[in-house]
Unconditional design. Sequence first.
Lengths: 272, 488
Amino acid sequence: MTHPIILARDLHKVYRRGSSEVRAVDGISLTVMPGEFLAIMGRSGSGKTTLLDLVGCLLRPTSGELVLDGEPVSGAPDAKLAAIRAAKVGFVFQEFNLIPTLNALENVMLPLRYGPRRPNGRAEAIELIGRVGLTERAHHRPAELSGGEQQRVAIARALINRPAVILADEPTGELDSTSSAALLAMLRGLNAERGMTIIVVTHDPGVAGATDRVVRLSDGRVLSDVRRGDPGWAAALRGEPRVGAAAEGSGGARRAWARLGELLERRRVSRP
Amino acid sequence: MRRFIQDKGRTSAPQVWEISRKGNAVTSMWGQKGGAMQKTTQTFEGVNIGKANEKKPADVAQDWLERQVLLRTRKGYVEVNTTTDEPLGGAVSESEIDFEKGLPLNLRFFKPQNSLNGHCEKLLRAKTARLLRKRDGMMHVIFIGDGGGMWMYSSTMQSSHKDEPGIPWLQRYPHLAQEISNMHLPAGTVLLGELCTTAFAGFKDKYGMPVDDFEYVSTITKSLTPLALEKQKERGPLGYCIWDIGFWEGSCILREWTADTRFQHLIDVVSSPHRRHVTVPEMVYFSDDNALHVTSLDTMETFIDFETDDLATQIEVFIGDISGADAVAERIEAEVAGVQVTTPAEVKDQLGQFSVVFNLIIVGASVIAVIVGGLSVINTMVMTVSERVREIGIKKAVGARTGAILREFLLEATLLGALGGLIGLSAGSLLVVVLNAQTAASGTTVFLVTPWLLARSFIFATVLGALAGIYPAFRAARLDPVQALRST
């Protein structure tokens, strides 16, 4: 039986700015199963990027629990977080975030430096570069690549360590419509062919429409959680809240927590 | 000057012909030997064909005389005898010189550099070995005769003789004569006189002698240089050279010098602050062909056999085993007179004292260089970190641990230090080569580059880079990944 890739319960992230508190994530519970293609939507300041950072182990939650591919994240030390990032998470950013002094191939290989040892990492990187269609451009630096090409390099980089989940933060934000479509097709393909779990943060309904599930946030809370084919799907894409969705979502979370409890129990037993 | 010329006489009695000159008059007498003589006298006028070629009447007469002798000898006459009014030819014995009657010899004085040489040559060929010198208008000739007798002439002496004909010069300075005779000089020795006001005072102190009408006193010395000693061995007494040197403060009057002390003395004199009391040392030297040379130290390079390089002022002793240097120095100090020994340790001490200051300066400069270098690395790395915040964020996002980032930046700073060290070493080595080439001409190379020095400098630069990189590396490693990623 499969276990969830992401299991979040009552996550909080509170920033203190002087005397005031900013509740960027204010009690979010979320379950993502393997092979899901999920969009997180919301207005600016709704907490979607913070949620992504939390899920991606870039931030430690103020409170709440988070389990990533079976690894409990909340309360883990920095080194453990880094190890989880290296092994289980692939990031794709809006601004591509390639290292300007390295060429495409080297950028793809960058995570190999910090992740688990991979004897034929270079060959895998070359293969990935080919899969995103950049074999000809492998030795070009980011500045010599178009935005779409850069983002494809970023996707190859995200895949190199065979992550459990790809987290994409507004991946099409800097791209023209053609490139956006191509990128979305690529993500779609990844999800469909390889069963890659993908979470996309976006406020573009077009992007969200390419996914199978849309989680809408507002003020750090889950406003709705709708799957393709659900009655509220179109409304969720447009940004119209649907009352029943939250209940369904929280119901899913409850089931998932029960599942996690079993898992942890089994692990405790199996350990000598 | 009279010259006698005789024909071999193909007939009965030989013909004689006598020619003599007195002033500008030349008298010729001829006839059969033992018979009556015919006599003619001819007088000559001076010839003036430009100032440089001016000839005095006597010279013209002499030239004519010489020409006549030449003509006669070509006609078969043989020169049989020559008598002169001047003692240029033939041996002069003590008995012939009567100082009581003043100076019988018609001494002529020459400036040393010109006619003295030629004139002295004549004297020397005649084995009378007189020497004439002129300085400040004073002329002295001292001659040690075969029997150990001594003559001294001077131009002022001559005039004083005229004033006081009864008193021989040497009798007026018996102490001087005594000193000279105490020298046990070999026959043929030439002494040079020197006048020196300061010597006068010392003279008086030493001998309590009243000094007569002229305020100068003659001081006399002789000295043999090592070269002169060798030449004397080779060619006898005439072949040595004589140093003539001024005396000062009366302390050195009439001392017989050894070669070593003489040399030391010469150096003392030349370098003495009292040099104004001292006449420029002059050297008189008989070269191989018996020619007499007079020169001063300043012009000694023009001197035939003797170069100033031969004047050793310092002897460097090279020892095979340097550890025995002090022992050798002690021996030299003990056994060689007139030398002052500087041991390697003393040289080292002197150099050491000099070096302390020099080293302090170098160390000071180095410390500044280290501080500046270290701060440069820190600054560069801090700049690098702030320029690459985003890159650090990316690396953290893809899983780089704090330690990995720290390591990367430390490594970068270390490499920066190492690279800087290499560049600095190359530039420094090049500079050393250039500077050493500049000073190589003087035989000294100022700077030394050793492999160990290169290694140390390189290691030092690398370590400095690493140390200076610690702070920036920490700054980089401790960046919050989210902030780093979202930074612009």
